[in-house]
Design a protein around this ligand. Structure first.
Ligand code: MN
Length: 247
């Protein structure tokens, strides 16, 4: 059985900065000693922290018109960036929990005193997984191969899978996520609230996710979550990513 790391090898929208890039960014560089009388020290931005937001796996206008450039810009540049920034802030003093958002979220899950750290680590990971769950001109459900067989066994056919995906996404009351997950070769749909992921709740290995927080669709669809989910399924799903995660 492939390891969790292998299953999630495709996740690329965040990264832990290397020591070299931290130094380049200036956040972690120790102050240089300067001779007395040198110019006053420049005011420095806050320490960058170890976690950075990696580039999106596609151009920010590539998902339009299903998801507009405006939505991507806010969702990635403000929301996802905000989670990463807050994670860096809250990570100070919690380094022993882990060195990746996934490890931190897993360790902090269910711990009331770690809830803010959990929420931001989890959201940093969830959003990276969401970006990778989409691509330009996606949506073609596989018809051959191991995943296609599992879809047939679990949902009958592509339409059955889409129906289950829609019901799950629309059945999540309030903010959350709808996931296609794998449990030992058996596929199912899982909904989670707020920042939760099946990866650490134990509900299965994620293959795909759709964000159903209002910030994911409100600019383009207002309250019509069902239109967003239907268009997402038909036109954006990155089934290559799902196949990679299925192993
Ligand atoms: Mn979101």
């Amino acid at each position: 059985m492939p390891s969790r790391r292998d299953l999630l090898v495709g996740v690329s929208a965040f990264a832990v900065a290397s020591a070299a890039s931290s130094a380049l960014a200036g956040g972690a560089k120790p102050p240089e000693s300067k001779p007395a009388g040198d110019k006053p020290p420049e005011s420095k931005p806050p320490a960058a922290g170890p976690f950075t937001l990696a580039p999106l796996p596609w151009g920010d206008a590539d998902l339009a018109p299903v998801i507009s450039q405006n939505t991507v810009s806010f969702h990635y540049g403000k929301h996802h960036q905000g989670y990463v920034n807050k994670l860096n802030e809250l990570y100070v003093g919690n380094e022993s929990l882990g060195s990746t958002p996934e490890a931190i979220a897993t360790a902090a899950y269910g711990k009331a005193d770690k809830a803010p750290l959990y929420n931001n680590a989890a959201q940093a990971w969830n959003h990276a997984f969401y970006w990778n769950s989409m691509k330009k001109n996606g949506g073609a459900v596989p018809t051959t191969g191991k995943l296609a067989d599992a879809i047939k066994a679990g949902f009958g056919d592509a339409e059955g899978l889409k129906k289950a995906f829609k019901e799950t996404a629309l059945g999540q009351f309030g903010s959350g996520w709808a996931w296609l997950v794998n449990n030992g070769g058996k596929l199912s749909m899982v909904k989670t609230a707020n920042a939760d992921s099946p990866l650490w709740t134990g509900a299965g290995t994620p293959l795909l996710v759709i964000d159903v927080w209002e910030h994911a669709y409100y600019l383009d669809y207002q309250n019509k979550r069902s239109d967003y989910v239907a268009a997402w399924l038909d036109k954006l799903v990155n089934w290559d990513f799902a196949e990679k995660n299925f192993g």
